[in-house]
Design a protein around this ligand. Sequence first.
Ligand code: NAP
Ligand code: ZN
Ligand code: ZN
Length: 349
Amino acid sequence: MSTVSAYAANSAAEPLTKTTITRRAVGPHDVAFDIHFAGICHSDIHTVKAEWGTPNYPVVAGHEIAGVVTEVGSEVTKYKVGDHVGVGCFVDSCRECDNCKAGLQQYCTGGGMIGTYNSVGRDGTPTYGGYSGAIVVDEQYVLRIPDGMPLDAAAPLLCAGITTYSPLRHWNAGPGKKVAVIGLGGLGHVAVKLANAMGADVTVLSQSLKKMEDGLRLGASAYHATSDPDTFRQLAGSFDLILNTVSANLDLGAYLNLLKVDGTLVELGAPENPLVVPFFPLGAMRRNLSGSMIGGIPETQEMLDFCAEHGVLPEIEVIAPEYINEAYERVLASDVRYRFVIDTASLRD
Ligand code: NAP
Ligand code: ZN
Ligand code: ZN
């Protein structure tokens, strides 16, 4: 067992503060690594602020983790000391159900995936995430960060990257497909880059035109403000696929109307309140509404390799751990360009 520094939330109302946590001793199949960078995902904020139910405080959030291997267990074959590795939203699952066997560990039916934080590990102890100096994870749940990919920008790929890559692949985003991305935040900006790299024609639907220049530079061919009612008239029936990355509840009917016949809106945002879906915009054009959650281990590795090959990297603002609380406020105000990434150096000593 080892002790490491971390930033934890002790309740929904208090700011996160520095603390220490313990990591388990390195078992035969475990990889221990120093965390160098951890992204701040909006899901961290939903969890810490108890918007998805009361979590098990203290919560050490962070599931976009990138670092360097410091020790491996006796049976580990995939990694060695010095390797650049990452961990995403889960650190274990049952490994026996059909979904786990198919590499869809995020949809584990044998008790569910074990979250990187706010879960209980196989050893019966709470899991603590990336806002800390080091972590110990079974090698099967560790990803390889491709050579030459900077660790700070790689971190957000472990959640924002795979969460958008998986539905883009599943619904065949590519040449000839018109894809819209709602919300240009952490997930949204990676979605634009990925869909563009896959060859799709990408439109950004943002609250205002403030980030238009960025959206076009990231790879969108069009950018519209959703505060302008004309957007919904002009774009009606336009898209094959819409990814909704917004953290709040939207008028889904208005966005469903933007799909072609048989088009699909994939809900990626996980707002606190239930989704409301009116029938006519859905049924009248045989449209589809789906959800999607992160991605499994094989697809996450595929996504990292795709990003290395196509030069897809998140745009980040690197911060010190002391800035986490302010960063949370800025994410809540949609004032993020486009992912905060914590440099965890001061948590490693
Ligand atoms: P984020 O960086 O805060 O981005 C969300 C974006 O949504 C904002 O930048 C803003 O974009 C837009 N937005 C925010 N509030 C809005 C409102 N009231 N009305 C309209 N648009 C609004 O968050 P994120 O980290 O990308 O996460 C987004 C959501 O996805 C969260 O709910 C998170 O929990 C969820 N998530 C789900 C999965 C999954 O597996 N399904 C994985 C990760 C995260 P504009 O300024 O451009 O409008
Ligand atoms: Zn996330
Ligand atoms: Zn399973």
